[in-house]
Design a protein around this ligand. Structure first.
Ligand code: UD1
Length: 353
């Protein structure tokens, strides 16, 4: 089969790495990068490090409002998919790239396969929630990471198109865990195991609101350990614009976005993770690191149910309480599959042909 895979944002590169390998063992893959993320540290670094083949096409769309960004991608993808004539289109996750890719293909009557289908936060004010609901409903094949995701798809009448494959991020995480020396990365940052918290903040709901972002900065500054914070470019811009850079406590260390292997090592050495990212909540669970989520709901409900993740929102008091209460429960079942999800994705996509 000829399969067009569409990626554009950082988490999609991490998910695509094992899937590209599995697909190329059986099929022809055409890789399309929309250009949603374009900084070297947000894009090329991951292609190099994760051994992802160079994109066959880069649309170079870049940043913009949701409508403009999605619309420009949609127009460019429609034209390109008409030239490529793939048998199926593969999209990942819940970004504007996912929405544009799914919509362009569905309108051309090309079957869409959605990796990471069925996740729901049930919060429609999140752009990601809109993207994932719409993409699930227009996809021919729903590749679900968890039984909770299958449950959500069933509730929406989509069970007949759904397949439980497990989480492709676990494939990448396992592979890198073997390759990375945690001690070496920590000492390069002057850190020791358990001696710091790792933080990430990038969601619009957390980082575009001066009050919420200010609260997060205040909370980080008041914790009992140093906070290492690789800052997403969106958040870096907002910290500057809202005048919050000067309000960072002395224990907060803001650094550039990190490559994947470094980030995984920094996560594994941390006492806990503080994040509003979906992917990182899961990665913390993979490695048995407690997580405090800076949101009021999560798509990765298993992490909370198992006691590894606490929802803390953005109020400083709640964040401090959640950090003080983190623990490492005895049980950490394999709710995200067996680390071979990419092969199952390739098999299921093959059945579309
Ligand atoms: C996007 C996704 C989000 C995902 C995240 C991962 C949507 C709606 N959001 O959010 O679901 O979790 O990617 O990182 O698709 N910027 C740069 N350089 C870059 C990329 C972005 O400076 O390479 C800055 C620009 O100021 C841009 C802003 O970050 O306007 C936001 O970028 P955008 O791609 O719109 O959304 P993300 O916040 O990255």
């Amino acid at each position: 089969m000829k399969i067009a895979s569409i990626v554009g944002a950082r988490p999609q590169f991490i998910k695509a790495a094992p899937v590209c390998r599995a697909l190329r063992a059986e099929h022809d893959e055409v890789l399309i990068h929309t250009g949603q993320h374009y900084d070297h540290g947000m894009s090329q670094v991951f292609f190099d490090e994760l051994g992802i083949p160079a994109p066959d096409h880069n649309l170079g769309i870049g940043s913009g409002g949701h409508g403009r960004q999605t619309g420009e991608m949609l127009a460019a993808l429609e034209e390109l998919l008409q030239q490529i004539e793939p048998d199926a289109v593969l999209v990942y996750g819940d970004t504007n790239t996912t929405l544009a890719g799914g919509l362009a293909a569905a309108k051309l009557n090309i079957p869409v396969a959605h990796v990471e289908a069925g996740l729901r936060s049930f919060n429609r004010s999140m752009p990601e929630e809109i993207n994932r609901v719409v993409v699930d409903h227009m996809s021919a094949l729903l590749l679900a990471p968890t039984t909770a995701a299958i449950g959500n798809l069933t509730a929406e009448g989509l069970a007949s198109r759904a397949v439980l494959v497990g989480d492709v991020m676990l494939d990448t995480a396992r592979e890198f865990a073997e390759r990375t020396d945690v001690g070496e990365v920590l000492s390069a940052h002057g850190l020791h195991e358990g001696g710091y918290y790792l933080a990430t903040v990038h969601r619009a709901a957390t980082s575009d609101d001066p009050v919420r972002l200010g609260n997060v900065v205040e909370a980080f500054g008041s914790l009992d350990r140093p906070v290492l914070w690789p800052v997403h470019p969106r958040t870096a811009g907002n910290l500057h614009e809202f005048g919050l850079e000067g309000r960072m406590g002395g224990n907060v260390r803001a650094i550039e976005p990190q490559p994947y292997g470094e980030m995984i090592a920094l996560l594994r050495g941390a006492e806990a993770l503080l994040t509003d990212s979906g992917g990182m909540q899961k990665e913390a669970y993979f490695f048995g690191v407690p997580c405090v989520t800076l949101r009021d709901e999560t798509e990765w409900v298993e992490t909370v149910e198992m006691g590894w993740n606490r929802l803390a929102g953005t109020e400083p008091g709640r964040i401090r309480e959640a950090v003080a209460a983190v623990s490492r429960p005895a049980e950490r079942p394999e709710v995200y599959g067996d680390g071979h999800a990419a092969e199952k994705v390739a098999e299921a996509v093959g059945r579309l042909g």
